[in-house]
Design a protein around this ligand. Structure first.
Ligand SMILES: [Zn+2]
Length: 362
């Protein structure tokens, strides 16, 4: 699959691109949720949102088993914390932001009346002291310049508490890959939305109900999936997330494992994963000829799968992942054929879920 030109239906690709490009820092996900809701709403029985901002679509079959799918739509990045007299915006990170990446980058500050372009300044190399050159700038010392003459002009456009994202979109990279910010995890939100669309087309084959959720606030503590899982009360939970690809310079396979872009979706094994769900995923992939990679997850994962599994008296949970290079940078890279593999795997799995399947490990 790695070497073939991958073609995705235009409408489907456009949904993915719009979702990736719509700003959705944790707590500010609504622009991306509107894109998701519109796409999913035209294909499923029911869409809705809750007070947290989680947005779901339902393909209804039997009342039980009930399957929750979760892909988080939120992305990391920045929040304006203080505006100084000269109109510079000091900021806090939203989620795990690597300070290495920030100086010299352009950002959109999402103000009340729309997005305002800004740049994160950096003192010229000529003016850096010798020891400053080898140090990482601290986030508290960096500021966004939006071209304002002073504080009043800045405050006319932006306010304390506004969120900012890198000013980059989604582009194709070679034949089969894309580069974008926020693929963690708008990829997962996309896979859930696209799987719902395809499931709606085969609903007569389904022996379960599917609640697909584009979850919020994952990057700041798995917060949206926690309340959503409680509300949906599922029997099964499948989280769709990115995982670390280890096929690029600087990553050690001995400590992270062997995960390659373009070699298919990844399923995890370990305590966070119900062994019967894992086996059914593997069977479905084999039957449909979907290439699959397996990853070791020796403890609870840092994903929505963790809170889904621990909901109420426990949920039979699994994790489908897509390999991602350069996670939490504005230039994350993944393979479209892996993405398609993840959608197909999800659909194939759900068509095999039966009301009498016993998910209790034996
Ligand atoms: Zn994620």
């Amino acid at each position: 699959m790695d070497d073939k030109v991958f073609s995705m239906d235009d409408e489907v690709f456009s949904f993915f691109k719009r979702l990736a490009e719509s700003p959705s820092p944790s707590g500010f996900e609504q622009p991306a949720q509107r894109v998701w809701r519109e796409y999913v709403g035209t294909h499923t029985d029911e869409v809705g949102s809750d007070v947290m901002g989680n947005t779901w679509g339902v393909v209804a079959g039997a009342e039980r088993p009930r399957v929750m799918l979760a892909g988080h739509v939120d992305e990391i990045w920045l929040m304006v914390r203080y505006i100084d007299d000269q109109g510079f915006l000091y900021f806090a990170p939203i989620g795990g932001v690597d300070a290495h990446l920030l100086p010299g980058q352009r950002v959109w500050v999402h103000g009340r009346d729309g997005a305002h372009l800004g740049t994160i300044g950096r003192k010229p190399i000529h003016l850096l002291e010798q020891d400053e050159r080898s140090k990482v700038a601290k986030i508290k010392d960096l500021a966004i310049d939006i071209g304002a003459r002073d504080r009043a002009e800045a405050e006319a456009r932006v306010a304390v508490g506004d969120a900012a994202t890198f000013a980059v979109g989604l582009e194709r990279l070679g034949d089969d890959r894309v580069v974008s910010r926020g693929l963690d995890d708008k990829m997962g939100s996309f896979v859930v939305g696209e799987a719902l669309r395809r499931l709606a087309g085969v609903r007569d084959d389904l022996r379960c109900s599917v609640y697909g959720v584009s979850t919020v606030q994952e990057e700041i503590g798995l917060r949206g999936a926690k309340t959503s899982a409680f509300g949906i009360d599922p029997d099964l939970g499948i989280c769709v997330e990115v995982t670390f690809a280890t096929d690029h310079p600087g990553v050690d396979k001995k400590s992270v494992g062997d995960v390659q872009v373009g070699k298919g979706p990844v399923i995890s094994r370990g305590a966070n994963i119900n062994p019967r769900v894992f086996e059914l995923l593997r069977e479905a992939a084999e039957a449909e000829g979907i290439p699959l990679q397996v990853e070791a997850a020796p403890r609870g994962t840092g994903t929505d799968a963790n809170v889904m599994q621990l909901t109420r008296s426990g949920v039979a949970t699994a994790l489908i992942q897509v390999p991602l290079r350069y996670m939490h940078t504005p230039s994350e890279v993944l393979s479209l054929s892996d993405l398609e593999g993840a959608v197909r795997l999800l659909v194939a799995f759900l068509r095999r879920v039966r009301p009498d399947t016993d998910w209790i490990p034996q």
